[in-house]
Design a protein around this ligand. Sequence first.
Ligand SMILES: Cc1cc2nc3c(=O)[nH]c(=O)nc-3n(C[C@H](O)[C@H](O)[C@H](O)COP(=O)(O)OP(=O)(O)OC[C@H]3O[C@@H](n4cnc5c(N)ncnc54)[C@H](O)[C@@H]3O)c2cc1C
Length: 373
Amino acid sequence: MTLPSLGLITEQAIAGAISTGTHGSGKCSLSHYIAEVRIACYDVTTGEPIIRTISDGVELKAARCSLGCLGVIVSVGLWARPQYQVEEYFRRHATLAEVLAAEEFYPLQQFYVVPWKWDFYGQHRREVTGPRSWLASLYRLYFWLTFDIGMHLVIMTLVQLLRSRRGVLYFYRYLMPWTVIHGWKVVDKSYDMLIMEHELFRHSEIEIFVKRSQLTTTIPFVIELLRHFGGDTHALSLPTQERLQTLGMLDSLERCFGIYTHHYPICVRRVLPDDTLISMASSDDEDYYAISIISYARPNERQGFIRFAEHLARTTAEIFQARPHWGKYCPIDAETVSNLYPNLAEFRVLCSRADPSGRFRNQWVSRLLFGEK
Ligand SMILES: Cc1cc2nc3c(=O)[nH]c(=O)nc-3n(C[C@H](O)[C@H](O)[C@H](O)COP(=O)(O)OP(=O)(O)OC[C@H]3O[C@@H](n4cnc5c(N)ncnc54)[C@H](O)[C@@H]3O)c2cc1C
């Protein structure tokens, strides 16, 4: 058996994964599939500890992704499904439109924007019924050596040891394309195909979620921002400069010129609408796309990335209504959160009813979700 939706890793606890809207590509986030949650909390009249079972209605939508606000989750119920086979192959695409078009045939696909080359690599995936490929073990070994280990070691050497902007640019423009074997179609079981060993090397990450209708304008905007932070004088187009001026962010952005060279492929994943109140893909209509930006800068050299992430979160929330992942770097304020999540008021009411004194909330959640100082 396997879970209905898998992120890049499976090291998380289920409670942690659902409480932050953890997702993979081509399905809803794991939160969406939760059918029952048992929560340890206090009886509001007697103050005695109790365990509540929530299995329907709007409370279930809240409990599916609650950032711990309803109490301590002690178990969850969800329908697992039999393990299935996934076919995968990589292909380069010159344009965003081209890689998105492949989604029709490869609904589980994710794709990467390659920094400093700004082209697209589709990791095309679909569910199939065929048997495991006889070269699947070789493919696993290739993937592990090349991407899970090799690419990360090269990036960390360039970023942490050599601190070489030129090296990063050279790697993505001339070397990285040779590491990808195009068109090698392999079928393997879903659990092996859908995950990678992303937990091996410590990194920082911000991931923003935009609706499908905003995707084709958000990605070029993110690229412009990355090029500007990376020291490209012609990065910001006139319309972008005008937008930033209107937001009052152009001056602050100009001061960030050249302070951060991005050095990791930008992963883009489709997340189907979640039936929840506040997971990032919570929606009654469109799919969301998660755009993930990862940095391997050493913890004491992260300032450039942090400044980038703050500008990214603020500008894309204003312009594209982008929601940053709750379980990653999430530099937004309470006012922005209430603009981005139409069901937040309902979520607050349910939390206040279940936990009137807010003892299950930490400072961050109190500030961001409940607007407390
Ligand atoms: C290497 C790596 C890869 C990742 N890949 C992905 C990915 O592919 N897709 C994706 O969406 N995310 C991904 N994430 C993010 C990750 O899924 C979330 O941060 C998740 O919350 C981590 O789970 P955890 O069990 O470590 O949670 P924790 O960090 O322990 O908890 C996160 C939050 O969940 C709540 N929580 C945890 N346990 C309980 C409980 N028992 N009761 C009530 N509330 C609780 C709390 O609010 C807590 O702050 C990745 C993270 C890492 C480090």
